[in-house]
Design a protein around this ligand. Structure first.
Ligand code: ZN
Length: 460
């Protein structure tokens, strides 16, 4: 490719440099994993402060001017270093907090003691998202002393708790995060050996449904048969949220069609742990069901436990549902549709109240233009194959906050995860070879942006 902004030798030099750096990058990653920086409120928040400090130290060592900022939430780290005159600025995002580890017994090794097995590094945060932090550090190290672009690093401390103070951080410090490109290293790749840009994310709602049928609980022998109990009414109501095929039955929600990637039922069954004989629900391609169509899951029910069961008609019951939304869907409009559906389908005249507890917008990147071209070229340089565009069925609500705050920036969602990462689960792990590719790609991306700007300047 003669018109490329970097020569093959230049690309190889960056790759070689990153390869030399990987042992040190891994050691620093392991040190971060050993800090149990769980941002959930019931955990020791001093550990989140410690991990912020450790991240700040890593960035200072690369010559960045670093601040730890808190705007009523957990500490975030912002670092900046200028690039050459006329070079673009790139903001690199990751988060240093982690999910709770869950039960130790579910892990094959201690969650906060990183261990390598079969080419994977196990530990809470080993992938999500401390490896994202270290990918940024690796890219900086690869260009130590000769950074081709200006770089701002933003490492949040509460992503796993829903980024409650991110709007305040963007409000107070947003000018420092403005950039031509924002690389968000909190997603993953399509498969081992196949890099991906994440171009769509679903939005989401969480909704509590309360059902009441009686003004007090009564004896099932005396009243059962004529009076409805609230639990059965609730279950009937929940059952209306899907049609017989398992598609969401709430009328009017947006839906789209996912990219046509190779993903078959066998892979889905293996990755999801679906039991033999249990059918998939919904219609359309599996990836459309996961990435671009709405889904509804019952995530909690308040009803009398079996242990406390007596012969009683429950007067009230409640459920919490998680609604995933098509990337383009306006969450406020979606909630109105869900509420209307629930109110209209109240069985037997039961009293139904519907409360929205959380909402987040999805994301659909307009993934074209020179910055995306360079990102795709960087992936190709590192992996030797073309990257694919993928969606993610989950939400990363802050990405829509970034998109709204920085409408001019190319938002490039990448990451270190692969289908076996088990982020948020027991035995979370990082594929170390793929991680090296991620670090190479990011270092090459910075080199490409710098070279592209330099080429544009001499052309004028
Ligand atoms: Zn994450």
């Amino acid at each position: 490719m003669t018109d490329d902004v970097l020569t093959a030798d230049q690309i190889q030099a960056v790759r070689d440099r990153v390869a030399e750096l990987m042992p040190g990058v891994r050691a620093d990653l392991e040190a971060l994993v050993r800090i149990p920086s769980v941002s959930a409120a019931s955990f020791d928040q001093a550990q989140v402060a410690r991990s912020a400090e450790a991240v700040a130290e890593l960035l200072r060592a690369e010559g960045l001017e670093v601040d730890i900022v808190t705007e009523g939430g957990r500490p975030a780290v912002i670092g900046h270093v200028d690039g050459p005159e006329g070079a673009p600025t790139v903001t690199l995002y990751a988060h240093h907090d982690v999910q709770p580890p869950g039960e130790d017994a579910d892990w094959d090794s201690a969650p906060f003691e990183p261990v390598e097995r079969d080419g994977r590094l196990y530990g809470r945060g080993a992938a999500d998202d401390k490896a994202g932090v270290l990918a940024h550090v690796a890219a900086l190290r690869a260009h130590r002393g000769a950074l081709p672009v200006g770089v701002t690093v933003f490492v949040e401390g509460e992503e796993e708790s829903g980024s409650p103070s991110l709007p305040a951080i963007l409000e107070r410090h947003g000018d420092r995060l403005a950039a031509d490109a924002i690389v968000i290293a909190d997603s993953g790749n399509w498969a081992i050996g196949t890099p991906a840009l994440t171009t769509t994310l679903r939005g989401g709602l969480r909704v509590i449904i309360r059902v009441e049928t009686l003004d007090h609980s009564v004896h099932s022998g005396m009243f059962g048969g004529a009076a409805p109990d609230a639990v059965t009414a609730l279950v009937k109501l929940l059952a209306t949220l899907h049609d017989d095929a398992g598609d969401v039955a709430v009328a009017g929600l947006d839906e789209g069609v996912a990219a046509d990637l190779d993903y078959d039922e066998a892979r889905f069954r293996a990755e999801s742990g679906l039991l033999d004989g249990v059918e998939l629900i919904g219609s359309g391609s599996i990836l459309s069901r996961l990435w671009t169509k709405p889904s509804i899951t019952t995530i909690g029910i308040d009803a009398t436990s079996i242990e406390k069961a007596s012969n009683t008609l429950a007067a009230k019951a409640a459920a919490k549902i998680s609604v995933r939304l098509a990337p383009s869907q306006d969450p406020a409009r979606a909630f109105e549709l869900v509420r209307a559906h629930l109110e209209e389908h109240a069985p037997w005249g039961a009293r139904v109240t519907v409360e929205l507890t959380e909402k987040g917008a999805g994301f659909a990147a307009d993934a074209d233009g020179p910055l995306y071209d360079q990102a795709r070229s960087s992936f190709r340089d590192a992996w030797g194959v073309e990257p694919v565009d993928m969606g993610v069925g989950g939400s990363i609500p802050f990405i829509s906050d970034f998109a709204a705050r920085f409408p001019e920036a190319a938002i490039i969602v990448t990451g270190v995860e692969d289908p076996d990462t088990r982020a948020h689960g027991a035995n979370e792990s990082l594929h170390l070879e793929e991680f090296a590719r991620v670090c190479e790609a990011e270092a090459i991306f910075l080199a490409r942006l710098g070279a592209q700007a330099a080429a544009a300047a001499t052309a004028h």
